[in-house]
Write a protein that binds this ligand. Structure first.
Ligand SMILES: [Zn+2]
Ligand SMILES: [Zn+2]
Length: 242
């Protein structure tokens, strides 16, 4: 009640603005009407592996895109809220590099909407970790901001440091897919102090962008190695190759 009152007072002093164009908006939804229509939200039929939009109707069976069929994922299920292009790309870059942390709250809600099915069975929510040296430079992990809001809203357990980067990932440029996977696999592990927490649980990993899925694969393997029964992934945006 008090929280709601404070919220109302805050929005009277700072009426919400559209995250993309700065126009006044009358709800806390994050975007004005035109920007909402302009933002490539994924809806309808999608890949069960990575969340990319697919043509056709859902038929109750598992659907996967060509990419997920060619490269089976160590995680069980994945969803994405947005295609990484246009307004979506701009917003994510602003969240990641532009200190626009206020984008995280509405974005986490878009993600929760896309990933509703992943929230069942009381999963443990954890972000994909940033290496500490990047964290020092950036001061926050955008995936952590998203994971935290998702967990709070859905009343789920949340573990910000479930996974850690064990060393700085060397540049992956010039490495083939297999080499990149191996490099990443050796760089990410579950924190030993969370062994009990992770054992026997489903883990829901949250990240801002999925490109090849190499980082999410390494994180998933780390969770499974530490005793998780299954891993699901929710990403704010999926890079598509079209
Ligand atoms: Zn707008
Ligand atoms: Zn896919």
């Amino acid at each position: 009640m008090l929280k709601a009152r404070i919220q109302t007072a805050v929005s009277l002093i700072y009426p919400p603005r559209c995250l993309a164009c700065g126009d006044w908006v009358d709800s806390d939804f994050g975007l004005c009407g035109p920007c909402w229509r302009d933002t490539p939200f994924i809806s309808g039929t999608c890949c069960d592996g990575c969340g990319v939009a697919l043509m056709g109707e859902e038929d109750g069976f598992r659907l996967e895109c060509d990419d997920c069929m060619a490269h089976p994922r160590p995680w069980q299920q994945g969803r994405a809220a947005l295609s990484y292009e246009g307004t979506a790309r701009r917003l994510i870059l602003a969240l990641k590099h532009g200190d626009r942390t206020e984008i995280a709250r509405p974005a986490a809600r878009w993600l929760a909407r896309a990933a509703t099915t992943l929230l069942a069975d009381n999963p443990l929510v954890a972000p994909v970790p940033l290496h500490w040296s990047r964290f020092l430079r950036r001061r926050y992990n955008q995936s952590d901001l998203l994971a935290k809001v998702m967990a709070q809203d859905a009343d789920l357990d949340y573990c910000p440091d479930l996974l850690r980067r064990t060393r700085r990932t060397p540049s992956l440029e010039g490495q083939n897919r297999h080499q990149r996977y191996t490099t990443l696999m050796q760089s990410i592990a579950a924190h030993l102090k969370h062994a009990e927490r992770i054992s026997g649980r489903i883990v829901l990993l949250v990240d801002d962008v999925m490109t090849s899925g190499a980082t999410l694969s390494a994180c998933s393997e780390a969770c499974l190695d530490a005793g998780a029964t299954a891993v699901r992934v929710a990403v704010l945006a999926r890079v598509t190759h079209s």
